[in-house]
Design a protein around this ligand. Sequence first.
Ligand code: ADP
Ligand code: MG
Length: 629
Amino acid sequence: MGKAARVRDTHSQGPLPACVEGFTRLQHPVTQIIDGSTLAGAADSQAAIEQPDEDVLATPAVVDDTSQPPTSAFATFGLCRELLDGLAAIGFEEPSPIQKAAIPELMLGRDLVGQAQTGTGKTAAFGLPLLERLEPGLRTPQVLVLTPTRELAMQVAEAFNSYASSMKGVKVLPIYGGADFRDQIQHLRRGVQIVVGTPGRVMDHMRQGTLDLSGLRSLVLDEADEMLRMGFIDDVQWVLEQLPAERQVVLFSATMPNEIRRISQKYLNDPAEVTIRQKAADGRRIRQRHLVVNGPQKLEALERVLEAEGSEGVIIFARTKAITLTVAESLEQHGYDVAVLNGDVPQNQRERTIERLRDGRVNVLVATDVAARGLDVDRIGLVINYDIPFDGEAYVHRIGRTGRAGRNGEAILFLTPRERRFLGGLERAVNQPIEAMEVPGNASINQHRLDRLREKLTLALQQPAGNPEERALLGEILQRVAQEQSCSPDQLALAALELSLGGKPLLLQGEERWGQSRPGAPSARDRDRDRSERRPFQDRHSERSEDGPEENMERFRIEVGWRDRVKPGNIVGAIANESGLTGRSIGKIRIFDAHSTVDLPKGMPDDVFADLRRLRVMNKELQISRLGS
Ligand code: ADP
Ligand code: MG
């Protein structure tokens, strides 16, 4: 990457024609390094994005005329109406930095190397332009996306479908190991334009001639570094070798190890380069913490955080309009005074909402980034990043909504297990650690409830709120009940206090800590995706290599070894994708000269076993067999 902060070519500015035909090759590389200070400039034609931070209320934001349908910032890329409709339906309001940088290049058919962390929106960065360039009339594969895992393949395929929900005749097919081969062949025969798959299964289909890539226009290597880590890089190279000479290659990776660099140098033609970098900022008055929670449990975690940590004004940041609504509805049901601020909210209503937040009629605001840009309300004591922001810049903006006017503020960031790995990037952006915290357990919530009740009771005693006549009547009732029941004032007060709870239990019952021994936590999917957490297989292997398999595990022999230059990662990757086992559930691996052993959970279904037998690693069939225990 060059030293210049950002070098741009004239062709990458401004809107592009809806469909750019052919594959334009450019002679000079375009390198874009996007950092905090140039994010706004990355979308020159978008007024909404260039607004000065503190000014959003004075300047019309995305929607200022309620009679018009909102124009999406995505429209400036020259995407067709159907794609814009698809995006509107899933609530994408504004392109993320990597989307701003990559979409114009990919619309031109350029090769591209993109480096950005997870969660920055890479799928749409390649998905939208490739869909735009698709010829739905042709029923042959035009786009191939390779992903390291089947979960990712499914996810990317789903994403393509959601962007293309308003387009006619677009067929997307995920292909991965563990799913029925013949079924996939049938779908391929019927005609698909976009194939998303794991390298092994894609190779199988290519070898068998069931996946014809002669008409392929674009190949995407998604999470290239992960594919390297899982031992798929030879497979990826093999696929690259088979492609037509005239094709577009797009490579996305969170990190750029040398092998990945080499691949991009060898197979990509004069690629545009985009790097999303974090920017340092100042957040000293703001105490920042993070907690790790599985996606499906986020809402409950949020309620717990609000109960145990809630302050006088709270802003919750969510990624899409749809999420803002879900969160707000759920909080409303739990008795919070909530308001929503997203791109659908017209300007005049926005101002009213912010006024209500300012004077305390509303205590919790659920917002998207665009809507809350520049929002300046002193009484915000807590910012919750319910969804992780796209980059350090967005994080800095979000937490900057608290700690204003010389006050202190709190910021809590929700991370799914998989997102944990880019905590470091955000810490660099604020130049300070973001401490870990736990989702508040029952004990701390209960303590909080008791404290609050005591405060309220004290306040009611010190500053009685009711009118004097009513208080006199209440006093009479108390006297009468005390006489009739001949009870003590203490007993009477206790009964009154319980009455004030409205029949709801004051305390949460059960487990001390949250998130433990709950059904399905952490979800198998999250565990699988959280590969950064995995212990190195080599270590596991050397740890107790003399032992037999652990309980519940069975030892298998496979016919690849050192001689074939196999590494544990190759074996794990291949087996994980073919069997549907998570990487973690694959046990010890020992590699010998001409064979290896691998421990797998007991009770493998026969069909999986059969699939594994013919699975190829390093171009050799595994011929897996059980080792007599
Ligand atoms: P990456 O591939 O970089 O890890 P994804 O493409 O999976 O990131 O996107 C992460 C999340 O952000 C997804 O839930 C996706 O729907 C959402 N997302 C992507 N782009 C946008 C956008 N422009 N606006 C709102 N949400 C977005
Ligand atoms: Mg991705």
